[in-house]
Ligand binder design. Structure first.
Ligand SMILES: Cc1cc2nc3c(=O)[nH]c(=O)nc-3n(C[C@H](O)[C@H](O)[C@H](O)COP(=O)(O)OP(=O)(O)OC[C@H]3O[C@@H](n4cnc5c(N)ncnc54)[C@H](O)[C@@H]3O)c2cc1C
Length: 393
C-alpha cells in the first residue's frame, strides 16, 4: 500500500503510540490534541503489560519499563486499621507522566499539534474530513480516533452508542510521599485495600511527577469508590470555577467545604491510615466510572483506538495496554493488507472481541467491588446536606 495521509484525533498515549508507529512506516502523520499544554505532571502510575513493552522496545525506550515502583504485598485492612489479610503479589507501577513525555518527545514536533480541538469527523467518498473548532477543515486518507472517553471521532461510525454510567464514582488523591503522615506509614510499600459495606478503597505508591522512584520522592495514589445517582452527577461535577464537567471533577475544582466533608466521611468510615491519606490530599478529584463498547471500530476511512473504542473500568488496569494493542494491530494490518479497506476490516476483526472482553472483565471486577458497596452506609456521613443533591440512597 502506498504511504497514506493519516490524521490522528487525540494526543494522549493511544494517539502518540499511533503517531510514532505509523510515521515510522512512512505515512504522512499529524496528531491533533485539544489540550494546549500537553499533560506533563497530570498522570499517576500504570501497570504495563506486554503490548506496552512491545511499543517501548520498538521505539527504543524499553528502559522506561524498569523505572517502576514495586508494591510487594496486597493487604486488606479492617476498619480499626489492623491488617486482616496479606498476600504476596509483587506488582510494578511505572510513571504515566514519564511514559507520556518520553513518547511525546519521539514524535516529530511538527507532527504533534496542541490546542487544536476537532469538532467533527465526516466520511466522504474515499477520504475523511476533519472539522476543527476554528472552522477550518482538513482531509485525510485515514483518520485515527484516539480521542478517549468523550470521543468525537467515534460518532461517525457509532451514532447510537453512548458511555454507560456504572453507578459509582472514584474519589482520587495523589500526594507526595513525604506528605503521608508517619501514622499512615503502613501504606507505603504495599497495595492496600479496604472493603466494607458502603466503602471500597485502595491505594499504592507510584513514581514521582518526573518518574522518580527513590524513597521519599514517590507519590501515594488512592481511589475511594462510592455510589452516586446519575442524576446527581451534574451537581457533583460543578466546580469552584462554576463550570459543570461531564465526566469528572478535575483537581482544584472541589470547594474547601466539600473537601472538609470528604475528610469527615473518611475519618468516620475508613481505617485510620486511609483516612489520613484522604486528609493529606489538598485537591482531590472525582472520576465517574463508565463502560463503553463501540459497535464499529472502523468506517471507510476512520479507525478507533484506545478508549475511543472501548472504555473498561479502572479495576482492569488495562487501558494503556489495550490502547497499545490496538495501535500495534492497526499498524500491522496497514503494513500487510493490499488496500485500506482490507486493512481496516482485518483490524476490526482482530480487536473488536478483545475490546468487548476487556469491558466485560471490567464489569465483572466492578460487580465484585460493588458487592462490598452497600447502598446504605453503616453511618450516614455527617454534614451530607451541604453536598446538595449528592446523597447516599
Ligand atoms: C492526563 C491524563 C492522565 C492519565 N493518567 C493515567 C494514569 O496515571 N494511569 C492510567 O492507567 N491511565 C491514565 N490515563 C488514562 C490512559 O491514558 C487511558 O486510559 C489509556 O491510555 C487509553 O488512552 P487514550 O489515548 O485512548 O485515551 P485518553 O488518555 O483519555 O486520551 C484521549 C485524548 O484525546 C484528547 N481529545 C479528546 N477529544 C478531543 C478532540 N475532540 N480533539 C482533539 N483531542 C481530543 C484528550 O484531550 C486526550 O488527550 C490518563 C489519561 C490522561 C489524559
Amino acid at each position: 500500500m502506498k504511504p497514506l495521509r493519516i490524521r490522528i484525533v487525540g494526543g494522549s498515549l493511544a494517539g502518540l503510540f499511533a503517531g510514532i508507529l505509523l510515521a515510522r512506516d512512512g505515512h504522512d502523520v499529524k496528531v491533533y490534541e485539544r489540550s494546549s499544554s500537553g499533560f506533563a505532571g497530570r498522570g499517576a502510575g500504570l501497570v504495563p503489560q506486554q503490548e506496552v513493552f512491545h511499543i517501548l522496545r520498538e521505539i527504543g525506550v524499553e528502559h522506561l519499563a524498569t523505572f517502576g515502583v514495586v508494591s510487594q504485598d496486597r493487604i486488606w485492612f479492617e476498619r480499626s486499621g489492623a491488617i486482616a489479610r496479606r498476600a504476596h503479589m509483587p506488582q510494578t507501577q511505572i510513571s504515566w507522566d514519564l511514559l507520556y513525555s518520553t513518547v511525546a518527545a519521539r514524535l516529530d514536533p511538527g507532527a504533534y499539534v496542541l490546542g487544536k480541538p476537532v469538532v467533527g469527523v465526516r466520511e466522504e467518498a474515499g477520504y475523511s474530513l476533519l472539522e476543527f473548532d476554528d472552522g477550518s477543515t482538513e482531509s485525510a486518507d485515514l483518520v485515527v480516533g484516539a480521542d478517549g472517553i468523550g470521543s468525537t471521532a467515534r460518532a461517525t461510525m457509532n451514532p447510537d452508542t453512548r458511555n454507560s454510567y456504572a453507578g459509582y464514582v472514584g474519589w482520587r488523591g495523589l500526594i507526595a510521599e513525604d506528605r503521608l503522615p508517619k501514622a499512615a506509614s503502613v501504606l507505603a510499600g504495599d497495595f492496600a485495600f479496604y472493603v466494607a459495606p458502603g466503602n471500597h478503597m485502595l491505594g499504592y505508591l507510584v513514581p514521582g511527577p518526573n518518574g522518580e522512584i527513590g524513597q521519599g520522592q514517590r507519590r501515594y495514589n488512592w481511589v475511594w469508590y462510592r455510589f452516586v445517582d446519575q442524576g446527581d452527577l451534574p451537581a457533583l461535577f460543578t466546580g469552584t470555577s462554576g463550570k459543570t464537567f461531564e465526566l469528572s471533577l478535575p483537581r482544584g475544582e472541589l470547594s474547601n467545604e466539600r473537601r472538609e466533608l470528604l475528610r469527615v466521611d473518611a475519618s468516620r468510615l475508613l481505617p485510620p491510615p486511609f483516612a489520613l491519606a484522604v486528609e493529606a490530599e489538598p485537591t482531590p478529584s472525582i472520576q465517574a466510572i463508565f463502560d463503553y463498547e463501540a459497535r464499529h471500530m472502523v468506517g471507510s476511512a476512520t479507525a478507533l483506538v484506545g478508549d475511543a473504542a472501548f472504555i473498561a473500568r479502572p479495576h482492569t488496569a488495562m487501558g494503556v495496554s489495550k490502547a497499545a494493542g490496538d495501535v500495534i494491530s492497526l499498524r500491522n494490518h496497514l503494513r500487510q493488507a493490499e488496500d485500506l479497506q482490507s486493512a481496516l476490516k482485518a483490524y476490526e476483526g482482530e480487536r473488536i472481541e478483545v475490546g468487548r472482553k476487556i469491558v466485560e472483565l471490567g464489569r465483572q471486577l466492578g460487580a465484585t467491588a460493588l458487592s462490598s458497596l452497600d447502598r446504605t452506609p453503616i453511618v450516614r456521613p455527617v454534614g451530607m446536606a451541604y453536598l446538595g443533591p449528592f446523597r447516599w440512597k
